[in-house]
Design a protein around this ligand. Structure first.
Ligand code: GDP
Ligand code: MG
Length: 440
């Protein structure tokens, strides 16, 4: 898809001023890229028109760097369609929170039910899975297996009771949850291979009976151009409060995300990314925007860098590094800057030539940063400035003070030394510098 698009942006970057022809050329490429990504035509048209209008407007002409501004506009508009901010699940004021799932057969509802139960259980909730798919012979069995693997309880009609009534099972399930202190109820419903009236009515009846706090529409991201019609049908037939994109691990470019979000105006809350029960992620509009544009996350980096990286701070650190005065205090400041920018891993992956560093810091997650902060805060100013002072008894004191083990303190010091070395390398080549974008 996007080598062409990346090329277009690269050409734009080197130009000082944009002509209307430049803008039209770029918009054409964006249209093609989005269609390649399986975004529905009606959505593509609207999007391209909006970008064109903004790109030709005053905003860009007055900008210091018009090319960069167009890149920014594309990114902003994509994020806006995808819902802007990340949206989290909403819980009921009085438990149980009822979450109902809807979607076509095979879209991934049952799998998602298990994933969500597992994720919520990990957060200390006690989810109950309700088997309201009584259509397919094997559906209850499948949910039973999923529930077991997720460590969740299942509520299903007694076997041998003939074909149950999904509305009644759902209602009984919620009563069961109240009696047995389940604070969340996930209602798995039936689907059809295509949209049909009976299916819609059943889902709408369940919705009316159980008054869910969230109705999540699960859609297969590989569905392509059908995404719009399916989503519209479910919005009219049942309506939903949020969307779950499933099978985002495949070749899907995420075009369905853009189509569904755009035509329904409903936020995407989760991305399901595999057959395993742990393959579930909160949906981030900004990351999806760059996935769709396939710009190697450079757009996100630019934005984050602009928003969060304090240039003066960066220069100060770079100077210190050049003079080899990098201390644990600087390290802490640096950590906090990185934390603001998003995960350290991701940052390093995005910086050209830093691929091998990324490997080194593979297990460096944000909780690590918090722990690091706690440890450094337990040091005296002298220790922070001169880490060589950190002998065994000082390390023990620091470990006690910050509630970690001496091994953790040792690991931190080692990481600090690694980072100091790494930062020196960066400093020699200048502060993080993105090709074509000028210094950050
Ligand atoms: P339902 O009919 O909507 O309940 O869909 P299922 O949960 O039964 O899923 C249908 C098929 O898709 C199953 O084979 C699942 O293993 C598979 N599946 C579900 N979610 C994902 C996902 O995120 N990634 C992949 N690769 N497969 C998935
Ligand atoms: Mg199912």
């Amino acid at each position: 898809l996007s080598e062409r698009l990346t090329e277009t942006f690269r050409n734009l970057r080197t130009k000082g001023k944009l002509s209307p022809a430049d803008v039209d050329g770029t918009v054409r490429e964006i249209r093609r890229a989005l269609l390649d990504a399986d975004v529905a035509l009606e959505v593509v048209k609207e999007f391209a028109a909006k970008v064109r209008e903004r790109a030709l407007g005053d905003e860009v002409n007055r900008a210091l760097n018009p090319a960069q501004q167009v890149v920014q506009i594309v990114n902003e508009e994509l994020i806006a369609i995808l819902g802007g901010e990340q949206r989290r699940l909403e819980f009921a004021k009085t438990p149980p929170t009822v979450i109902m799932l809807a979607g076509l057969q095979g879209s991934g509802k049952t799998t998602f039910a298990g994933k969500l139960a597992k994720m919520l259980a990990k957060d200390g909730h006690t989810p109950l899975l309700v088997a309201a798919d009584l259509q397919r012979p094997n559906a209850v069995g499948q949910l039973t297996v999923v529930a077991e693997r997720a460590g969740a309880t299942i509520f299903a009609p007694e076997p041998g009771n003939g074909v149950g009534d999904p509305v009644r099972v759902s209602r009984d399930g919620i009563e069961f949850a109240k009696r047995h202190q389940h604070d969340i109820v996930i209602v798995d419903t039936a689907g059809r291979l295509g949209v049909d009236a009976e299916l819609m009515k059943q889902a709408a009846d369940i919705r009316a009976a159980v008054q869910p706090d969230e109705v999540l529409f699960v859609i297969d991201s590989m569905i392509g151009q059908d995404a719009v019609n399916t989503a519209k049908a479910f919005q009219e037939g049942v309506d939903f409060t949020g969307v779950v994109l499933s099978k985002l691990d495949g070749d899907a470019r995420g075009g369905a995300a853009l189509s569904v979000a755009s035509v329904t105006g409903r936020p995407i809350i989760f991305a399901s990314t595999g057959e395993g029960l742990d393959d579930l992620e909160a949906f981030h509009p900004d990351r999806m925007a760059s996935r769709i544009l396939d710009l190697g996350d450079i757009l996100t980096l630019i934005e984050q860098a602009q928003q969060n990286f304090d240039e003066a701070e960066a220069l100060k650190v770079a100077e210190k590094l050049a003079n080899e005065q990098f201390t644990l205090e600087d390290f802490l400041e640096q950590m906090q800057q990185f934390k603001k920018m998003g995960s350290m891993k991701k940052m390093l992956g995005m910086l050209p030539g830093m691929g091998n560093m990324k490997q080194q810091l593979e297990d460096f997650d944000e909780r690590e940063i918090d722990r690091t902060e706690a440890i450094i805060r337990s040091m005296t100013p002298a220790e922070r400035r001169t880490p060589k002072l950190l002998n065994g008894s000082r390390r023990l004191r620091i470990a006690r003070g910050s509630g970690v083990t001496v091994t953790d303190v040792n690991a931190l010091v080692q990481r600090f030394e690694q980072a100091a070395k790494m930062m020196k390398t960066v400093a020699r080549g200048g502060v993080p510098n993105i090709p074509g974008m000028g210094p950050v």
